[in-house]
Ligand binder design. Structure first.
Ligand code: CAO
Length: 243
């Protein structure tokens, strides 16, 4: 790769050079490696979460009594776990030679945590076997410990699929980088009220933007569209999680 030319920026104004922290450096290596190795495609979709949000708000106080801060994230993890069970081709890694696929029989879901020192991925083990309350408690605990630099090695290992949620911050869509050797990552942006045509009139609906980046060596575009459509359907009506 042709290197970016080195420049003396001080000729344009005052500068200060500081070393990158350990976490920032490790993240830079991982992201660069994935960017160079993985042929990325991003599939966009949106989920109508109007009813999910009504439900979430209606049980928020009850959830707090159970020690769970109920944000959309635990519901999204639960829906992704079901999507990974339904589409196991997303729960694989490429073998060392690139000519086999390793199918995982467990569903561990990582989620990106923004900390002052850089990006971390904390991992919820066996997410498909946990209730939304359990997922809420666990993500809050992992997120809080990540902020305090108290995550253990095992809290950050073994993820099969990652979620990067920027929903509490903003933005309409983005193209996340696959957390290789995983083959897919779901980006979640901020839900907003959008006019949705119901066949007669536009209805104000709360729409959640989804951006699924995937490794095109392991996953084809049709499957990616099926995966995000499935996620949208499940988040639009979480009773589908019972089916
Ligand atoms: N749309 C609208 N609002 C959202 C939302 C969404 N998609 N997702 C969360 N929110 C709301 C929550 O409901 C909460 O509001 P209420 O208190 O009224 O319910 C508020 O935003 C704050 O949520 P939170 O940040 O406390 O919790 P979370 O579960 O959404 O996120 C975590 C936890 C750890 C994922 C988050 O703190 C974080 O670090 N996000 C950044 C991840 C990141 O950096 N990704 C980029 C990686 S690539 O560089």
């Amino acid at each position: 790769i042709p290197p970016v030319p080195v420049q003396d920026f001080s000729q344009f104004g005052e500068i200060e050079e500081k070393p990158m922290g350990r976490l920032l450096k490790a993240g830079a290596v991982n992201l660069h490696r994935s960017w160079l190795n993985v042929p990325h495609v991003t599939q966009f979709d949106q989920a109508d979460i109007t009813e999910l949000e009504d439900f979430r708000k209606s049980i928020k106080a009850e959830a707090e009594k159970q020690g769970a801060k109920l944000t959309p994230l635990p519901f999204i993890i639960k829906a992704c776990a079901l999507a990974l069970e339904t589409f196991p081709q997303f729960n694989v890694s490429l073998g060392a030679e690139g000519d086999t696929l390793i199918w995982k029989k467990y569903i561990n879901i990582g989620f990106a945590v923004d900390t002052p020192d850089g990006l971390l991925v904390a991992v919820v083990k066996d997410a498909n076997k946990k209730s939304v309350y359990q997922l809420a408690r666990e993500t809050a605990d992992l997120g809080a410990r990540a902020q305090k630099k108290q995550l253990k090695g095992e809290d950050m290992k073994g993820s099969c699929f990652t979620i990067s949620s920027l929903g509490s911050i903003g933005g309409t869509a983005f193209t996340p980088i696959v957390n290789a050797p995983e083959v897919a990552i779901l980006g979640v942006s901020k839900a907003s009220i959008q006019p949705v045509w119901d066949g007669k009139v536009f209805q104000p609906r709360l729409m959640l933007p989804l951006s699924l980046s995937y490794d095109h060596r392991a996953i084809n575009g049709a499957d990616a569209a099926r995966f995000t459509s499935f996620l949208s359907q499940v988040l639009a009506d979480i009773r589908r999680m019972l089916l």
